[in-house]
Design a protein around this ligand. Structure first.
Ligand SMILES: [Cu+2]
Length: 381
């Protein structure tokens, strides 16, 4: 029986005895107060280490304070206790050096083994790049089955639930703030290497059930890995304070059987091919504007606001903006970004033309002209 399972059964026993009347099952208590149930070997080892160290620290705590309080009580002045008077006892010095040294070694050896295993990203079956953006994740399947798949993954919790205007919806939603529109899908029992990087500031890709937490740093490439041993949906969050919407860029990984994975890959690839619209087609203003409203809500609204008025001192108003009026300037800022305005190269030409058209023809802006995808295609070169 491992230290962890021993502690867990102890905990379960104590919790169940204490809370039987409160109707909470021991398992629910465990998952609520314990670390997320592990689904990878590494996460399992991290749990064992956690419990082992907690037990060691607990025993030291009890022994040290036990001796201290006993001594204070038993050798108190009113009993006429007289302090012993010894100095430079080599024996005592050796004992209190050797014992902590052995304890530290005893903790460091297994911890180092796990850390070394965590860093071994060799021989992966699948390599996925996770890019942190303010405030969403981008995923590119770089190697292995599914190579070429690429998508953005955004929070899908409805805005009304976040604002509190739909309080009932929020209460009923048990994946509130930990749900996304595009989940990362991976096959079960396959070694998945995750490469992390970022587009703007430091983010971190963190999925507790996998025992994975890796900083995503702009200009750097870091990697980590996991091999999920159980089919299911596992959730995490950005774990590096990355600005205003740090709490709104969750991570959702769906682990599926290898057949289901193959099916997902085929569907995703077909969907990507279908979405690759003809960039040379000339679009109607209304078509582009309708499409642009979606692109705006998903990508721009968090800074420039739904009413296009931005946030004074931080994000400029697009309503009445001179940059928006100047087609070349608007195309340039969308493709290249500027200061705190991120570049939007990862959007397709159609999406960019749609959002540019939407911005030019919304709120007080009323140009009556569309920006065509071909204009973005030309400006990219
Ligand atoms: Cu972040």
């Amino acid at each position: 029986m491992s230290v962890r399972s021993m502690m867990q059964s102890l905990l379960k026993g104590a919790a169940a005895a204490a809370l039987l009347a409160a109707a909470g099952s021991a398992a629910a208590i465990q998952s609520r107060y314990n670390l997320a149930p592990p689904v990878t070997r590494i996460a399992e080892e991290i749990h064992s280490l956690h419990w082992m160290m907690l037990v060691i620290c607990g025993v030291i705590f009890v022994v040290v304070f036990g001796v201290m309080f006993y001594s204070i009580y038993a050798h108190r002045k009113s009993r006429g206790a007289v302090p012993a008077n010894f100095h430079e006892s080599t024996k005592v010095e050796i004992i209190w050096t050797v014992i902590p040294f052995l304890i530290v070694i005893g903790m460091a050896v297994p911890a180092t083994k796990t850390v070394v295993a965590m860093k071994d990203t060799s021989n992966a079956d699948l390599t996925i790049k996770a890019t942190g953006y303010q405030w969403l994740w981008g995923y590119d399947y770089l190697k292995g089955e599914g190579e070429g798949i690429s998508f953005l993954s955004r929070l899908s919790t409805p805005k009304a639930q976040i604002d509190g205007t739909d309080a009932a919806g929020r209460k009923a939603n048990n994946t509130y703030l930990i749900e996304v529109d595009n989940e990362v899908v991976v096959p079960v029992n396959k070694k998945v290497r995750v490469i992390t990087t970022a587009n703007d500031v430091i983010h971190a890709w963190f999925v507790p059930a996998f025992g994975v937490k890796q900083d995503a740093i702009p200009g750097f490439v870091r990697d980590t890995w996991f091999r999920a041993e159980k089919v299911g949906t596992y959730r995490g969050q950005c774990a590096e304070l990355c600005g205003k919407d740090h709490a709104f860029m969750p991570i959702v990984v769906r682990v599926v059987s290898s057949e289901e994975y193959t099916k997902w890959v085929n569907e995703k690839k077909a969907a990507m091919a279908a979405a690759r619209e003809d960039p040379n087609k000339t679009w109607e203003l209304a078509e582009l504007k309708a499409r642009g409203a979606q692109v705006y809500a998903a990508n721009c609204q968090s800074c420039h606001q739904a009413n296009g008025l931005g946030v004074k001192g931080a994000f400029p108003a697009l309503d009445g903006s001179a940059v928006v009026k100047d087609k070349a300037q608007q195309i340039a800022i969308l493709l290249n970004g500027k200061g705190a305005m991120p570049p939007w190269k990862q959007l397709s030409d159609v999406e960019l033309a749609a959002v540019a058209t939407y911005v030019k023809n919304s709120w007080g802006n009323n140009e009556g002209a569309a920006v065509q995808p071909a204009e973005f295609a030309a400006a990219r070169k």
